[in-house]
Design a protein around this ligand. Structure first.
Ligand code: ZN
Length: 164
């Protein structure tokens, strides 16, 4: 199928890419997940690995550990970590474990504990694809390089960081 890629704008052979990645949804997945056209360069094995990393990283966050959706996906994450064909995934995660400082919202150190350091470059790539894909889905046009998108790590816009 020749169509415009939602991510890079190239016209050519495309496949359907789920936005956000379908792997973050527990099974049975909703029937109405959003898909956008994506060229082989923008929907590759690397993007699938990034999506898997994104799901796994969300899943091991302490503050989300009891969320019902996270609990439903946990068996999939554990299979991903122990899949011999994906041995790098567990190794990457184990290498990222560090002694970290737990801070209060005011930034006061309350204790040291074990945590992991997320690869924010990979997380950012997935978030960018989600934003661009959703933009394409809703506007039916590509996200132009002259546009800027911000996301917030807090609820207030004063903490917004540019992602694209
Ligand atoms: Zn593309």
């Amino acid at each position: 199928m020749n169509k415009q890629c939602a991510y890079c704008g190239d016209v050519g052979i495309v496949t359907r890419d789920h936005v956000p990645p379908k792997s973050i949804f527990p099974k049975p997945r909703p029937a109405n997940l959003i898909t956008v056209p994506a060229c082989p360069k923008c929907h590759s094995q690397q993007t699938s690995r990034d999506d898997e990393y994104f799901r796994n990283t969300l899943n091991v966050r302490e503050d989300l550990s009891q969320h019902p959706g996270v609990l439903k996906v946990q068996p999939v994450v554990l299979r991903s970590f122990y899949n011999p064909n994906k041995s790098g995934m567990l190794g990457e995660f184990l290498k990222s474990i560090r002694l970290i400082q737990q801070l209060t919202p005011a930034g006061i150190i309350v204790k040291n504990k074990l945590g992991f350091e997320a690869d924010m470059v990979r997380i950012r790539r997935v978030v960018q694809r989600i934003v661009i894909g959703l933009f394409y889905h809703h506007r039916q046009t590509e996200f132009r390089s002259t546009m800027t998108c911000f996301f917030s790590t807090k609820r207030a816009f004063k903490h917004c960081l540019p992602i694209i």
